[in-house]
Design a protein around this ligand. Sequence first.
Ligand SMILES: [Zn+2]
Length: 72
Amino acid sequence: MIVPHPDSAHVELLLGAYVLGALSPAEDARVSGHLQHCDPCRTAYLDMADAPALLALFSEEDLLGGLGDDTP
Ligand SMILES: [Zn+2]
């Protein structure tokens, strides 16, 4: 189970859409950049990429909510 971190820039909530290729180019770059240096998120991504059924854990609301915290 992935727990959101409200006070961090982790990208767990974006990973579902990232795996599906549903992110905007800017969000996609943000996630891939974050995965370069964040082991927990990278592990979560690998788990997700390896087990698409886990995507069922994410509601559409979760995915959309995760897209709202982009701070350029
Ligand atoms: Zn992270």
